[in-house]
Design a protein around this ligand. Structure first.
Ligand code: 5AD
Ligand code: SF4
Length: 439
């Protein structure tokens, strides 16, 4: 018997890439590959890339450069680039980096096994099509291997919103929702393999409208159906757009027992002038009102957001409006970005903000966010939370897991195993996690 070939996948960017990497790994498993966690002994290296900001693509090129020696030492090593940089710059990558054998865009991952066979014959392969066939069906989870307690499940892909700064509508394509029965079947399979928490993924997940019994299902309807899956304990979803936060989804936060009190709802800016230029089609006020409704439904819901500083033409007053909005909301988590010019997007050609102004605003924004995050974490001390254990902690007998609110929690629990859930009294707030004791 020949020994299995080894596959090293490096994943950049969003959670959907994490999900896609798992699918690609399983698909190549069919070709006799097993995963390895180092490029040094790999027969194939796959970079699953992110195109959302400039430096991400540069990182890919420098990472590829690092594999030059490996490839010289072992000419049989195949190197592939997947993800959104592959989609956007496939031909350019092939031209600029001769050591790349294979380039595959996100909508063609189900074709990876054929592409692998092709590159094994020494012919380079490039596929950045948006094919009609059903990628998800073709990539359906194959081996019945046990899984970690928390898993991602893509239910929707692509974006029709065209925010003026964003490449996603171009790299991931138009919005597509998977049929509800397929999602439910995948969820049941995950649960059979040990999964207790599922995060439904989509670039615009709350715009989900997959075919289901009786017509298209909303995300709320899908969540309610998942709520009935025995053995599944927790449901989350990300990322949402404020304009698609429908009444039934808000209501689900009040009444659906397995839906966790956490919501990532990016607003990007607190200035209506900038929001308009961003093509966001909501205002700061409408966003704040939406959060009021969410909090009326679920008073303890923890809010998370994305913010961009230094969008073209952003003034100090615009930036101040962002700070004001953040003060008004009070976030548990937030992701902050300096605006990054993406060629081909509408904002790329507009008057850019100076780099040092962007740096200064980013620092001030991060200081405020850090203060809010720490305050929220501190407010957990003394509370009793439910923790889903995911893996052993660094100290002997310690387990690490997540609370309802997605905070990492470390607990001394020598008897506990990954997948167990326990009530925990929070005793301490550290920098990026909480500590607690079993009740
Ligand atoms: N520059 C900076 N941040 C961006 N994002 C998307 N495109 C850009 C860009 N060109 C951020 C947005 C989005 C998150 C995933 O990445 O905040 O919500
Ligand atoms: Fe990008 Fe806007 Fe679509 Fe989000 S909603 S993926 S920021 S275009």
């Amino acid at each position: 018997m020949t020994s299995p070939k080894k596959l090293f996948i490096k994943t950049y960017g969003c959670q959907m890439n994490v999900y896609d990497s798992e699918r690609m790994s399983e698909a190549l498993g069919e070709q006799g590959y097993v995963a390895t966690d180092t490029p040094d002994d790999a027969d194939m290296i796959l970079l699953n890339t992110c195109h959302i900001r400039e430096r991400a693509a540069e990182k890919v090129y420098s990472e590829l450069g690092r594999y030059k020696g490996l490839k010289e030492a072992r000419p049989d090593l195949k190197i592939g680039v997947a993800g959104c940089v592959a989609q956007a710059e496939g031909a350019e990558i092939m031209r600029r980096q001769p050591l790349v054998d294979l380039v595959v865009g996100p909508q063609s991952y189900h074709r990876l096994p054929q592409m692998e066979a092709q590159v094994r014959t020494g012919v380079r392969a490039l596929d950045t099509d948006f094919p009609e066939e059903d990628k998800f069906e073709a990539l359906k989870a194959r081996p019945r291997a046990r899984r970690a307690p928390a898993a991602f499940l893509t239910v929707q892909e692509g974006c029709d919103k065209f925010c003026a700064f964003c490449v996603v509508p171009y790299t991931r394509g138009a919005e597509v929702s998977r049929p509800a029965d397929r999602v439910l079947a995948e969820a049941r399979d995950l649960v059979a393999r040990g999964v207790r928490e599922i995060t439904l993924l989509g670039q615009n997940v709350n715009a989900y409208h997959g075919a289901g019994a009786g017509g298209d299902w909303s995300l709320a309807r899908l969540i309610w159906a998942l709520n009935d899956v025995d053995g599944l304990e927790r449901i989350r979803f990300t990322t949402s757009h404020p304009n698609d936060m429908s009444d039934d989804l808000i209501e689900a936060h009040a009444t659906c027992p397995k839906l966790m009190p956490y919501l990532h709802l990016p607003v990007q800016s607190g200035s209506d002038r900038i929001l308009k230029r961003m093509n966001r089609s909501h205002t700061a006020e409408s966003y704040l009102r939406l959060i009021e409704r969410l909090r009326a439904a679920r008073p303890d819901i923890l809010m998370s957001g994305d913010f961009i500083v230094g969008f073209p033409e952003e003034t100090e007053a615009d930036f101040q409006a962002t700070l004001d909005l953040i003060e008004a909301v009070g976030y548990g988590y937030a992701y902050t970005f300096k605006y990054s010019t993406r060629p081909g997007t509408p904002a790329a050609d507009r008057a850019q903000v100076d780099e040092d102004v962007k740096d200064d605003r980013l620092q001030r924004l991060q200081a405020l966010i850090t203060r809010q995050q720490q305050a929220v974490q501190q407010s957990m001390v003394g509370r009793d939370l439910t923790v889903l254990f995911e893996k052993p902690g660094r100290m002997p007998g310690q387990m690490g897991g997540k609370s309802e609110y997605l905070h990492a929690v470390h607990v001394l629990a020598p008897e506990a195993r990954p997948g167990d859930m326990a009530r925990v009294r929070i005793t301490e707030s550290a920098r990026n996690s909480l500590k607690g004791v079993l009740i």
